[in-house]
Design a protein around this ligand. Structure first.
Ligand SMILES: *Cc1c(COP(=O)(O)O)cnc(C)c1O
Length: 418
């Protein structure tokens, strides 16, 4: 953990925990690294569903080419923050209402999930024009991958024959302009595997467009770039991915490839910080109960991993009896929920963990707070803190309820909701 971040965490009072701390400077530099590894003809969109926190989005806004949204709610949210940004609207089950909202909001692309959805769009487009990608689930066997959305029966996208049927609908509706195809097939791949998948998707798209006498203009290959919760330092190799894409694009002049990652952009910048409330033994095993739990950070429970963490020793101990502690043995970190599923990390060996110490769970910047079941058991919500060392733009009206404070030298800690 960076010293700056550690100091900020140590500066929080016990009453301010649990808390999410977002390192916006780290997010900015990570996103810059990603962008600079990618060739010009690769557009980087951020999948807002990974984390739609307004300050994260603002930080990303300067470094991505646009945003992918998957509901009218996300669309409104992103539009409010970025009145002119490029927005792609994807996701299954778009309602007519959502689609007409998308047309009014001027989305740059609609990712069509089915023939029905395309037909609904034909009734709404009116005198406007709208640019679409057809989302395909191509017949590409993918094998065993962490989260597979395609290459086998799936609710996402269309079989190639349905894509052909869409072409017939499009032929009768010139105001709906086909720009290319979309495929988001898997998640959790490392760079060589992701590149191999992109090559197969682009190969399939080239074949399909050629068969129909269409140009190969645009292929959106989705997100899913891997994040390794077991070995956090094994970051997706953006440089190798960029090099491979450059090679691929050389074979396809005129093609723009778009990617729309979420997790691999945001995961690393978020920390969920809490405090040990109790250390106990049960049938010979050590447990540490921390403030909060999986209702704030559901990721380890849904993915079945141990959330990586760092222990921040705290010497504050207000009680007249000795502190309970575990030393040089495995400990299971659980939250405050009355369910055996409230496990953040299981049987992880520690050098020392004491009642009252702080624990900072890493990689909590994506699919963390926003996918958690906040109201279960009605514990208080965590605080939110934003660490930055570059001046942020003036907060918009949507964030006017925030209290800003400056700590340290030129660093900024923004706090809200307390
Ligand atoms: C969820 C999703 C993404 C982002 O996936 P990550 O694993 O967060 O990179 C991108 N595109 C689509 C269509 C998605 O459903």
């Amino acid at each position: 953990m960076k010293t700056r971040l550690l100091q900020h965490i140590q500066g929080l009072s016990d009453d301010q925990l649990p808390a999410y701390v977002y390192d916006l400077a780290a997010l900015r530099s990570h996103t810059r690294t990603i962008r600079s590894a990618l060739p010009d003809r690769v557009e980087l969109f951020y999948a807002a569903k990974a984390n739609s926190d307004p300050r994260l989005l603002r930080t990303l806004g300067e470094h991505v080419d646009g945003f992918e949204v998957a509901s009218a709610g996300e669309l409104r949210h992103v539009r409010r923050l970025f009145p002119t940004s490029r927005i792609a609207f994807g996701g299954p089950g778009k309602t007519a209402r959502e689609l007409s909202h998308a047309l009014e909001a001027g989305v740059e692309r609609v990712h069509v999930e089915s023939q029905h959805e395309l037909r609904v769009l034909t009734t709404l487009v009116g005198e406007r024009t709208v640019d679409v990608l057809l989302r395909v689930n191509p017949p590409l066997p993918l094998g065993r991958l962490p989260l597979v959305m395609g290459g086998r029966p799936s609710p996402f996208g269309m079989d190639p024959a349905q894509l052909d049927a869409c072409l017939r609908i499009l032929a009768a509706h010139p105001r709906i302009r086909l720009r290319g195809v979309h495929a988001h097939l898997a998640s959790g791949l490392d760079a060589p595997a992701q590149l191999a998948l992109v090559e197969r998707v682009v190969g399939w798209a080239a074949h399909w467009t050629r068969a129909h006498g269409l140009p190969l203009d645009e292929v959106n290959v989705g997100g899913g770039m891997g994040v390794d919760y077991e070995e956090p330092e094994r970051v997706f190799d953006w440089s190798a991915f960029g090099t491979g894409l450059r090679r691929l694009l050389a074979d396809h002049p005129g093609l723009t490839v778009r990617i729309e990652p979420g997790r691999s952009i945001g995961a690393y910048c978020g920390w969920y910080v809490t405090r040990v409330l109790d250390v106990k033994r049960s049938h010979g095993e050590a447990f540490a109960v921390v403030g909060g739990g999986t209702h704030h950070l559901r990721t380890p429970a849904t993915r079945g991993h141990d959330q990586p963490f760092e222990i921040i020793p705290s010497d504050t101990w207000a009680w007249p009896w000795p502190r309970s502690a575990v030393r040089l043995e495995p400990v299971t970190l659980v939250g405050q929920l009355c369910t055996p599923k409230d496990v953040l990390a299981s049987r992880v060996p520690v050098v020392r963990l004491r009642n009252g110490d702080r624990v900072a769970f890493a990689m909590a910047g994506a699919y963390a707070w926003n996918i958690s079941h906040h109201d279960f058991l009605m514990h208080p919500e965590p605080g939110f803190h934003y660490l930055d060392d570059e001046r942020l733009p003036t907060p918009a009206a949507t964030t006017a309820d925030c209290q800003w404070s400056v700590q340290g030298t030129g660093e900024r800690l923004v706090r809200h909701g307390d």
